[in-house]
Design a protein around this ligand. Structure first.
Ligand code: SD4
Length: 344
């Protein structure tokens, strides 16, 4: 969807002070709402959790939390307690959530909590804090009435871990897609564990625009498979794995967290949109910033971003090909779209 209003804003960028442009953004009606977008084709599961809320005129924040819950419930999928463990064989989860008023909550390195994005929301709503990790976050989960799960690996993760242990190589390369060799008998859309023990992707990011025109987002992950114990990626970091500015837009992503953190990926995307870039242009420019740091190294990992503008325009861009995302708009139908990529 091309926005004439955006072209107008671009032309007027020299004439109008920033604050004035932001006011224009804030007042523009969103043409296409409600709307929910999620990373990957497994975003069909996430959007499926969010849509019943949005369809009834519910809040974007509730919708993205339900998107996370739907993913985290998929035990043989890539996200949540069914994901791959760290090098010590333990699954540690990271998640964050952000609403339309800059309220945000993040949890990292959390074990045995099935719904880390819900925990992040509880942190956001019930404490003065934004970010909690490890044992303290787990204690907060229990104090908030959340149950601790057994901590056992899912059958798929167990198999993948045993396979990984054979070489126990620390090779943190993720998301180079396995489009041709999807294994049988795994989660419906997002196989996370391949027969050679390698992983596809393990993160879900969702952004929603509700029928009141407000934005929220979440990102939930089991992180990079077989990571060093205690390693935390971009996903729970506000401004890296997720950012929402209700005046402008929102962004989230998936991929090699270390590289996203270096450029404050999602905050960068939102700032580029503030300055007139479309969601796709903003994602592309941020990917190019990552490439510029080390063009040779950038060939060996994946990063994919998705973004939504306040007017309901959506877009995405990735480093390697194979990244896709799912959009559910007011038609109620989920559509999987292949993102354009820097390397072909
Ligand atoms: C991380 N960004 O922990 C996550 C991993 C990911 O698909 O997105 N995997 O770095």
């Amino acid at each position: 969807m091309k926005s004439n209003r955006r072209s107008f804003l671009r032309l007027s960028a020299f004439a109008l002070p920033f604050t004035k442009m932001n006011e224009l953004f804030a007042k523009a009606p969103a043409a296409n709402m409600p709307l929910v977008i999620s990373t990957w084709d497994s975003g069909q599961i996430a959007n499926g959790g969010a849509w019943p809320i949005l369809e009834k005129g519910g809040k974007a924040l509730d919708a993205v939390e339900q998107a996370a819950i739907a993913m985290e419930n998929e035990i043989n999928c890539c996200v949540g307690l069914g994901g791959n463990p760290d090098r010590d064989g333990r699954v540690t989860l990271d998640a964050c959530i952000m609403d339309d008023k800059f309220n945000c909550g993040s949890v990292a390195f959390v074990e045995r909590v099935k719904h880390p994005a819900t925990l992040a929301r509880k942190l956001m709503e019930n404490t003065p804090h934004v970010f909690m990790a490890g044992e303290g976050a787990q204690q907060f989960a229990v104090a908030s009435g959340m149950k601790l799960e057994s901590g056992e690996l899912s059958p798929d993760a167990e198999k993948a871990y045993k396979e990984w242990l054979k070489k126990a190589e620390y090779k943190p390369i993720i998301n180079i897609e396995h489009q041709q060799s999807k294994p049988k008998g795994h989660g419906p859309f997002a196989p996370s564990h391949f027969d050679d023990g390698s992983v596809n992707h393990d993160t879900m990011g969702t952004l929603a625009l509700d029928s009141s025109g407000n934005l929220s987002g979440m990102c939930t992950t089991s992180g990079m498979g077989f990571k060093m114990r205690g390693r935390i990626g971009d996903s729970p970091i506000i401004g890296s794995g997720l950012y929402v500015d209700n005046e402008v837009g929102a962004a989230t992503g998936s991929g090699q967290g270390e590289e996203v953190i270096r450029v404050c990926g999602t905050h960068t995307i939102v700032e580029l949109m503030r300055n007139g870039a479309s969601p796709t242009e903003a994602c592309k420019k941020t990917i190019e910033r990552i490439v510029k740091i080390n063009p040779e190294k950038a060939k060996s990992f994946q990063v994919g971003f998705i973004a939504i503008a306040k007017n309901g325009e959506v877009g995405a861009y990735s480093l390697q090909k194979g990244f896709n995302y799912t959009v559910t708009d007011k038609s109620g139908k989920a559509k999987v779209i292949n993102a354009k990529s820097h390397f072909s």
